[in-house]
Design a protein around this ligand. Structure first.
Ligand SMILES: Cc1cc2nc3c(=O)[nH]c(=O)nc-3n(C[C@H](O)[C@H](O)[C@H](O)COP(=O)(O)OP(=O)(O)OC[C@H]3O[C@@H](n4cnc5c(N)ncnc54)[C@H](O)[C@@H]3O)c2cc1C
Length: 423
């Protein structure tokens, strides 16, 4: 059993898929070591266990919308893209999506997964409640406003097995997607705020190639973002770049067929916010990923500093993506307490591809850059937890909810036993 990229071989004894809630409660209550598995898209061993893996994919797959409160209970195992389709069909939306909709609701929010947008928070920040099976096999609900809530959403699978999630929803909306080629790093970094304010959701893709140019992907929300002028659409006006005349893939060497439609077509929100279409496999899995969530106030300086690594980054990279997100208050979120920029690397699966991880951590970690929980990094557990002001509170919550370490694995053991360094 391996993760999506094939890089991690799980050490569990296998995956059990209970057919209903009582079976799940019995299984969790009677197991010595157990850990929930989503769609296994994480690039590190965060989902691994030496006990048994449990999937909640066999539970009820209903979504339950409360239109008056603008919230919906959704199944933990359902893929984000499928939840999005069901919400859209009933006139609803969530604010944002990750680059692909193939990942499970519970796995996504457990790791602080995010999309982009100056006014958008991580996907975890749309959660208003969590239903989970605890270590004793009890079914509990933790909702917004309760003391443990802010530690229970981005929780790395350490507190229980999530069965349903309550998402805040809003009326459905539409989005037009445009790509601009040939944008220079210099222009982007000189006009960083302008570039990322230019649409509801913006990504910058670069390969750190010697010419230091990249692409801006803009996802413009109809009725919110002003229409692009004729001059902008004619090209040349966007940070020295020009409007792409055909569909693009984030990875330059890949066919764009599986990417969401671009070229300004009016699309339902869930067909434009991800980069990849739900009904296709986005890539072969022949990649590894790293991402640091850095304070927005320091992002331009850090990106300029990374340019010194460009000659060594470029040969190992498929592509790099820069995204923005608004601060949230979830203790283990990469965006906890500060507006944030995600600096992401999609590595080729080649020997030495990860050789730069220590240097990247030294540079971005010095600015309290937080590695994405589901991707690869070189930070030590003690230096990592020091980047989360509420980590000690999370540790106390994890010890209280799971005193005998039933849900623990090697990653959690290392984090929960590491000392919080003096700040
Ligand atoms: C191609 C690709 C593109 C990606 N794009 C993005 C992106 O745009 N933005 C971004 O931020 N990240 C992105 N990621 C990372 C991805 O979002 C995370 O790794 C996410 O955790 C994957 O969800 P999953 O369901 O596969 O979780 P898994 O990898 O299966 O599990 C992750 C964690 O969630 C826990 N978990 C899973 N299910 C449950 C449950 N029912 N109850 C309790 N805990 C549970 C696991 O125990 C584990 O700790 C991408 C990954 C890939 C492979």
């Amino acid at each position: 059993m391996r993760n999506w990229s094939g890089h991690v071989e799980f050490t569990s004894t296998g995956v059990t898929v209970p057919a209903n809630l009582s079976e799940l409660q019995l299984l969790v209550g009677s197991s010595a070591r157990i850990r929930a598995l989503g769609t296994a898209h994480s690039f590190n061993a965060i989902a691994d266990t030496t006990g048994i893996h449990v999937s909640v994919a066999g539970l009820d797959s209903q979504i339950d919308i409360d239109s008056r409160a603008s919230v919906a209970w959704v199944p933990a195992a359902m893929r984000y893209g499928e939840v999005a389709r069901l919400l859209d069909a009933q006139g609803w939306a969530i604010p944002n999506m990750a680059s692909l909709g193939h990942i499970s609701i519970a796995g996504t929010i457990a790791t602080g997964t995010h999309g982009s947008g100056d006014h958008n928070q991580t996907l975890s920040a749309s959660v208003a409640g969590i239903e989970m099976v605890t270590t004793a096999g009890d079914l509990i609900t933790i909702t917004e406003g309760e003391p443990d809530f802010e530690g229970s959403v981005v929780a790395l699978g350490a507190l229980g097995v999530t069965t349903r999630v309550l998402l805040r929803i809003q009326p459905r909306f539409e989005v037009r997607q445009y790509v601009f080629d040939g944008v220079t790093h210099a222009a982007l970094l000189d006009g960083f705020d302008e570039a990322f304010a230019s649409a509801y959701s913006v990504s910058f893709f670069t390969c750190w190639a010697p010419d230091l140019t990249g692409k801006i992907w803009m996802k413009r929300r109809e009725g919110v973002d002003a229409s692009l002028s004729g001059e902008q659409l004619a090209g040349g006006a966007r940070m020295g770049g020009h409007l792409a005349d055909s569909k693009r893939h984030p990875l330059p060497e890949h066919e764009a067929i599986h990417c969401t439609e671009q070229l300004g077509e009016l699309l339902p929100w869930h067909e434009a916010l991800p980069h990849f279409k739900l009904d296709f496999t986005p890539s072969s899995g022949d990649e590894l990923q790293t991402e640091y969530l850095v304070p927005r106030a320091q992002a331009v300086r850090l990106l300029r500093s990374l340019e010194s690594l460009a000659p060594r980054l470029h040969p190992h990279l498929h592509v790099s993506e820069i995204r923005t997100m608004r601060a949230d208050n979830l203790w283990l979120s990469g965006a906890y307490g500060r507006d944030t920029v995600g600096i992401h690397f999609t590595w080729k699966k080649v020997p030495d591809a990860l050789a730069l991880l220590p240097e990247i951590d030294a540079l971005l970690g010095a600015a309290a850059g937080r590695p994405h929980w589901g991707k690869l990094y070189a930070a030590s557990p003690s230096s990592l937890i020091d980047r989360y002001p509420r980590f000690a509170d999370f540790g106390a919550l994890a010890h209280r909810m799971d005193p005998h370490g039933k849900f623990r694995n090697a990653t959690l053991d290392a984090l929960l036993s590491a000392r919080v360094m003096p700040r």
